[in-house]
Write a protein that binds this ligand. Structure first.
Ligand code: NAG
Ligand code: NAG
Ligand code: NAG
Ligand code: NAG
Length: 419
């Protein structure tokens, strides 16, 4: 069910001005021909006015012409402890799909979709540098139904990686290795993973940067940007503002004036393939300070896929850290580095002034917005922050893929009740 009534865009109706008759030297020889010519010219003028009025309704940030949207609730209460999940149906199979804004693209284990022939699709592999997991399989174009309230649903069509094999492969080098995990440096065999429970959906933007090693992470594989129908009814090109909102309650697909009320936006820079696909935008700009000092400006990722924060400062800025025994029993390192309790981290979008949004926390104060822990990163690249998902306890976020904007709305904002 579309949650907003359809509004007709208020296009000014062009009034036809009578064209002043220009004196001509030649005497009209065929009045019927002249009359037809006048009709033709008048039609062209009307068409021209109409076409311009429709092609450029208003400014790029006016969402009033857009009416199509749907709310897809999270299945479970939003929690630090797990990736939020939505209900979806793929090839007749119900899947509790984790929604990750830190990656782009969908993974489904082959055993989950028995109706897809083992030879269907184009061979492909994805490697996740964060988890060191290699996924190998085939890209198959699939239709995914996202289940909303009542009987409502939205249908997206995207290539999905059907995973035939998967390994935890710490030594995998995306620049050298392709479809298998080679033996490790000491000849060790990689641990092969069960594919029967693999489900993951990346809906992030700006993830196809050269350093991310994911050139495939483009808008065309992002299900949230490729919604083709709501309740089985094909969307027109003009009624849905391509983009999404994520709150602790769930997702809105399609931006409208109403569902973006009280959001404050910051402009995004064009993404790597923006020339080929205008929906491709870079990660948001931000700056952060540590204990009120420094101005570390770079990009930020609000990543629903993780609970912790990663933070990288300018080379000459030191972040107070502690070294502790690795609390992760599956971790590789015995000891790990963390930002020291008591450290004040203040982050502003797009700058420390925080014209779109700014927030701060003190490590160890245990406020809801504080990430589960904060990992300092070596300053071998420009400043960066991955906020982790706990930011959503303080702010909902919106991605406008048409206007190239990223927005925030405080969760205690009174208008959040409209959701
Ligand atoms: C989910 O949240 C609601 C409202 O905040 C609460 O009443 C309910 O107990 C929660 N459910 C679980 C399973 O935690
Ligand atoms: C896969 O998921 C099912 C249902 O959640 C669970 O019972 C099963 O143990 C899981 N299998 C593995 C290998 O994790
Ligand atoms: C962190 O520091 C900033 C400025 O330096 C201050 O405005 C903010 O209130 C502090 N945050 C907390 C949670 O103490
Ligand atoms: C925050 O939580 C940690 C771990 O549960 C606890 O050790 C610490 O005392 C808490 N800090 C505050 C300020 O409550």
């Amino acid at each position: 069910m579309k949650t907003e009534e359809h509004k007709t865009p208020s296009t000014p109706i062009p009034t036809l001005q009578p064209t002043p008759s220009t004196p001509t030297c030649r005497k009209p020889t065929n009045p019927a021909l002249i009359w037809r010519l006048i009709i033709l010219i008048a039609s062209l003028i009307i068409y021209g006015i109409y076409k311009n009025a429709c092609a450029m309704p208003t400014t790029d940030t006016d969402l009033s012409p857009y009416t199509d949207t749907i709310h897809i609730p999270f299945i479970y209460n939003f929690s630090t402890k797990h990736v939020p999940q939505v209900m979806c149906t793929v090839e007749g199979v119900d899947i509790e799909m984790p929604i990750d804004t830190g990656s782009t693209g969908t993974l489904i284990g082959a055993p989950i979709l028995p109706n897809i022939p083992p030879t269907a699709g184009t061979p492909a592999h994805h490697f996740f540098t964060s988890s060191k997991i290699l996924y190998v399989g085939r890209l198959v174009d699939l239709s995914i139904d996202f289940i909303g309230k009542g009987a409502s649903y939205a249908t997206a069509v995207v290539p999905v990686l059907i995973v035939d094999k998967s390994w935890r492969c710490a030594w995998y080098d995306p620049s050298k290795h392709t479809f298998t995990c080679p033996p490790g440096p000491d000849g060790e065999e990689a641990g092969e993973r069960d594919t029967s429970n693999i489900t993951y959906m990346g809906v992030g933007f700006g993830r196809n940067g050269p350093r991310d090693g994911k050139p495939y992470a483009t808008p065309k594989v992002n299900p949230f940007l490729n919604v083709e129908a709501i309740d089985g009814e094909r969307l027109s090109n003009t009624a849905m503002r391509v983009g999404y909102i994520i709150s602790t309650k769930g997702i809105h697909l399609g931006l409208t004036s109403s569902n973006t009320r009280s959001f404050t936006f910051t402009d995004l820079e064009p993404g790597l393939t923006h020339d080929m696909d205008p929906r491709d935008w870079a990660m948001a700009n931000m700056c952060f300070s540590i204990n009120g000092r420094g101005r570390n400006c770079g990009t930020a990722l609000v990543d629903t896929g993780i609970a912790q924060m990663y933070i990288r400062a300018e080379g000459d800025v030191s972040i107070p850290t502690v070294i502790i025994p690795n609390p992760n029993p599956n971790g590789y390192a015995a000891m790990v580095k963390r930002v020291k309790p008591g450290t004040n981290v203040t982050i502003g979008f797009p700058s420390l002034k925080g014209t779109a949004m700014s927030y701060s926390f003190v490590v160890g104060d245990n406020t809801s917005i504080e990430p589960s822990f904060v990992c300092p990163q070596r300053a071998d690249h420009p400043p960066f922050v991955n906020t982790g998902r706990n930011l959503l306890f303080g702010y909902s976020m919106a991605f406008d893929a048409v206007g190239g904007r990223f927005g925030f709305r405080p969760v205690d904002s009174s208008s959040s009740s409209v959701l």
